[in-house]
Write a protein that binds this ligand. Structure first.
Ligand SMILES: *[C@@H]1O[C@H](CO)[C@@H](O)[C@H](O)[C@H]1NC(C)=O
Ligand SMILES: *[C@@H]1O[C@H](CO)[C@@H](O)[C@H](O)[C@H]1NC(C)=O
Ligand SMILES: *[C@@H]1O[C@H](CO)[C@@H](O)[C@H](O)[C@H]1NC(C)=O
Ligand SMILES: *[C@@H]1O[C@H](CO)[C@@H](O)[C@H](O)[C@H]1NC(C)=O
Ligand SMILES: *[C@@H]1O[C@H](CO)[C@@H](O)[C@H](O)[C@H]1NC(C)=O
Ligand SMILES: *[C@@H]1O[C@H](CO)[C@@H](O)[C@H](O)[C@H]1NC(C)=O
Ligand SMILES: *[C@@H]1O[C@H](CO)[C@@H](O)[C@H](O)[C@H]1NC(C)=O
Length: 378
């Protein structure tokens, strides 16, 4: 069939709208989504073990109180503070080194430990408690006790937002993103030594504010809300490190340059010459990587999950009106993608002090027919 110019441009427009582009998506729901759990309070991270244990991270952006890190009990659909009530019960005056001040993300690592990323500031926007607050806390899932605390005070500024962690087992390094002061933090897991790299680089910074449900987000003082280096992944072969600010625009750099820069300050200075653009991603809540190296990224404007293939091509995995700000995702050993739809943008820090989160909230899963990257977690 031959179309005239007007018809074909109308057709393109219709297709664009149907595929969502950057519009809020109103429907229909996708029947492939399954509800893994339902809560009254936002969950912005999940981690599962092959044996079926489930750990959850409560974001507390709705003003709710209680533990942040918890283990979920499917028999009762309730959760219990993890590793203990006291670790989760930081209050002013308590030792920030032996309490979780504020956990931004959480994941089981390739070593089987549950790693908690502690921002070290008691509230969104509040100064980091230096030097003891910011840290990586590793919990042993057999003893259910804290096994290691790696202090990040030497690599963190008062305005830092220690965001997330990934691992590069062959070099014994952990990579962290700083979403409050643009940089990556390299950490040697054996010694706990740290380095800040790609400081205020175009790839860790954010010209654009974050956007959700179609609007740019503002801080209470009216300024635009920017979230710097945030989502990141390591390729299953360990060669590439992918990273981006929350407003999108994913870069990649070979892990060997990061690892060498840890010991070589000259190389550290010229790291920007080794990074390159990887994928034009939208404003993002969270990512995950699978065993084949495909990256999943959640679009906070259009309630969809985009799959970035290893050749850079993007396809739509799923779009559903319920996928409101899907935060840190997780690929389970059962080959399912876990998507905590936590409505983060409706929380108090992004709504000038008002909680607009609408419960109940769900963590959804969808079949990927592909498991996790073995150097990411089991
Ligand atoms: C727990 O929640 C799941 C998912 O929402 C539901 O299928 C299951 O029936 C619930 N179990 C109990 C004991 O309420
Ligand atoms: C948290 O700590 C405070 C102060 O020590 C204590 O009063 C409170 O009972 C604790 N809460 C929990 C849930 O352990
Ligand atoms: C967890 O603790 C047990 C008992 O101390 C120990 O055997 C095991 O190696 C620890 N696990 C990890 C991953 O370090
Ligand atoms: C921070 O740096 C100081 C000075 O180099 C060093 O003495 C200290 O051990 C470091 N702290 C940590 C936790 O690495
Ligand atoms: C936030 O609320 C305060 C009053 O509670 C108001 O003065 C301020 O203008 C508000 N900021 C924005 C960006 O709306
Ligand atoms: C450090 O990196 C620079 C820049 O890549 C390189 O010229 C130099 O040889 C390196 N130094 C060592 C000791 O490897
Ligand atoms: C990229 O990979 C996808 C998935 O394997 C494939 O469908 C697509 O044709 C590839 N694109 C290019 C340009 O090679």
């Amino acid at each position: 069939m031959k179309l005239n110019a007007l018809t074909s441009s109308l057709l393109a427009l219709a297709l664009g709208v149907r595929q969502g582009s950057t519009q809020t998506f109103t429907g229909p729901e996708d029947g492939r989504l399954q509800i893994a759990l339902t809560t009254e309070n936002p969950i912005n991270g999940v981690a599962t073990t092959p044996e079926g244990r489930l750990f959850v991270l409560y974001a507390r952006v709705d003003g709710s109180k209680g533990p942040q890190v918890a283990e979920w009990d499917y028999a009762t659909n309730t959760s219990t503070a993890y590793p203990s009530e006291e670790w989760n019960n930081y209050t002013m005056g308590k030792d920030p080194a032996t309490h979780l001040v504020r956990i931004n993300s959480m994941r089981i690592g390739p070593d089987g430990l549950l790693w908690l990323v502690d921002v070290g500031s008691p509230a969104f926007g509040a100064p980091v408690i230096l030097p003891e607050g910011p840290k990586l806390v590793a919990v042993n899932l057999t003893t259910n006790e804290v096994q290691t605390v790696l202090n990040m005070g030497n690599a963190t500024l008062a305005i830092s937002l220690l965001d997330d962690v990934r691992f590069h087992p062959s070099s014994g390094k952990a990579y962290l993103t700083d979403a409050g002061a643009p940089a990556l933090i390299l950490c040697d897991l054996a010694t706990g030594d740290t380095r800040r790299v790609l400081i205020d680089d175009a790839s860790t910074g954010a010209y654009m504010p974050i956007s959700a449900e179609g609007s740019l987000l503002h801080a209470p003082d009216g300024s635009f809300q920017r979230i710097y280096a945030d989502q990141h992944e390591v390729s299953p072969d360990g060669k590439w490190y992918y990273y981006q600010p929350a407003n999108g625009g994913m870069s990649r750099i070979e892990t060997k340059y990061l690892d060498q820069a840890f010991y070589n300050s000259t190389l550290s200075q010229i790291l920007p010459s080794y990074r390159e653009p990887y994928a034009l991603t939208p404003s993002t809540g969270g990512t995950a990587i699978d065993a084949d190296g495909n990256i999943y990224t959640s679009d906070t404007d259009s309630q969809r999950i985009i799959k970035i293939h290893t050749n850079g091509t993007k396809t739509l995995l799923v779009q559903d009106p319920r996928l409101l700000w899907v935060d840190a995702m997780w690929v389970g050993s059962d080959g399912r993608l876990w998507m905590p739809a936590c409505q983060l943008n409706r929380g108090i820090p992004f709504q000038n002090g008002t909680n607009r989160v609408v419960p109940p909230l769900h963590v959804f899963t969808i079949d990927l027919s592909c498991g996790p990257s073995p150097i990411d977690h089991a």
